[in-house]
Write a protein that binds this ligand. Structure first.
Ligand SMILES: [Zn+2]
Length: 398
């Protein structure tokens, strides 16, 4: 099993300067490589590939020993690969008939991670093991940086990344061969409905992760973004506004993770089998297409700036929750089943009658055939559980 561990790092003032330089240089490398690919193609019709850029990197390092040459060759290669992946994704989507955006230059604040692909290659986890009270990570060009390791890691450290979030720095370890810690069987099964009022509602009627605090943060973020949009480019006020927006994004991420961790842990402890909707997050976050009103203008389609923002935050919340639930379920030896959510919200969990009219409001379910009444999300969660158990039985029979 593979999983990642994230810890706050406490760089000295000098190390913080070096970390910033490291991030800036990797960003410059990314942007330079992007520019090269772009101009080579537009001016000469030549396609530049990762292999070409990796060879070129050697030359760049040789002529700039105090700049790009300071850092790990491997972390720089990883940055070039990252650009290569962005291009691969662009071409894949283009061929599939989508309208993907061309890979973009990364501005300050849009490039926050440097990854070293192997422990021991330009980086070393637990680099000062003789210090009893603190953990350090050694990063080439930066030194031994103190890590606030708030819990033990398990498995084998593979990649090491450094990540900037607002004013904080984190180290992210991706570990392989993490042993699972199976939990005792409970004999209980559960279905999960992903909703708006509660992020998750269970077939047992529990409402988990109230996204209201996320909504509040979304409002603050919306105000901060509008404020940022009014600031003049390159001004000091604008830089401050950027920091504020980044800090709010970071806060939302933390809130999301907190709620998701708690809910996922509770579910993994309580149930042997957990069934959830297969969400297509990418589709869900797409803005609704505007409805033409026949007079050249457009009718409002419910995608107002604010609701759009809180919706995308909610969608991301589901994605994060499912990812964490996946990790916890795997680690605890629980079975996680994804089912097609079609019709689960309009089908009666008691008699199976499926009609739009069964759902008079967002929160209520009332079957027009048998009169069964329930909280709409609980009714849906029961249907999801049933679909998952049917799927599971089918698999076991086959
Ligand atoms: Zn019914």
């Amino acid at each position: 099993m593979r999983r990642s561990f994230k810890f706050l790092v406490r760089p000295t003032a000098k190390q913080a300067v070096a970390l910033t330089a490291c991030l800036d240089d990797h960003r410059a490398l990314y942007n330079g490589a992007l520019e090269h690919r772009r101009s080579a193609y537009s001016q000469a019709g030549v396609t530049i590939r990762y292999g070409d850029q990796s060879v070129e990197l050697k030359e760049i390092r040789a002529v700039d020993p105090g700049g790009q040459g300071r850092w790990s060759f491997s972390s720089q290669q990883t940055t070039l690969r990252r650009l290569d992946k962005a291009f691969a994704a662009f071409f894949r989507r283009f061929k599939a008939g989508d309208k993907p955006g061309y890979p973009r230059f990364k501005g300050r604040g849009w490039f926050d991670t440097v990854e070293w692909p192997r422990d021991g290659d330009g980086c070393r986890w637990d680099s000062q093991p003789h210090y009893p009270s603190a953990t350090y990570v050694r990063l080439q060009g930066i030194g031994h940086v103190r890590v606030h390791q708030h819990r033990p890691i398990r498995g084998q450290v593979k990649t090491i990344s450094i990540k900037r979030e607002g004013a904080r720095w984190y180290v992210v370890l991706s570990c392989d061969d993490v042993p699972t810690q199976p939990l005792p069987q409970t004999g209980a099964v559960v279905g999960l409905d992903m909703g708006v009022a509660s992020l998750v509602t269970t077939s047992d009627g529990d409402h988990l992760v109230n996204p209201r605090h996320l909504e509040t943060s979304a409002e603050h973020l919306s105000v901060a973004q509008q404020d940022l949009a009014r600031k003049k480019r390159g001004s000091k006020r604008r830089r401050k506004a950027v920091v504020r927006v980044a800090a709010l994004h970071a806060k939302i991420r933390r809130q999301r993770l907190d709620g998701a961790h708690k809910a996922a842990l509770g579910l993994a402890r309580g149930y042997d089998v957990i069934v959830h909707e297969a969400l297509r997050i990418a589709n869900m976050t797409k803005a609704p297409t505007p409805k033409p009103d026949g007079a050249g203008g457009h009718l409002p389609n419910g995608a107002a700036a604010k609701s759009g923002l809180s919706k995308s935050i909610l969608d991301a919340g589901w994605g994060v929750f499912l990812r964490i639930l996946g990790h916890k379920a795997e680690s605890a030896g629980r079975q996680l089943i994804a089912v097609d959510p079609r019709n689960t919200s309009r089908t009666c969990a008691r008699c199976g009658h499926c009609a739009k009219e069964n759902r008079p409001s967002q929160a209520r379910f009332r079957c027009t055939a048998c009169g069964h009444q329930a909280h709409a999300d609980v009714n849906a969660a029961v249907n999801i559980l049933r679909a998952g158990l049917a799927l599971r039985q089918g698999v076991q029979v086959a």
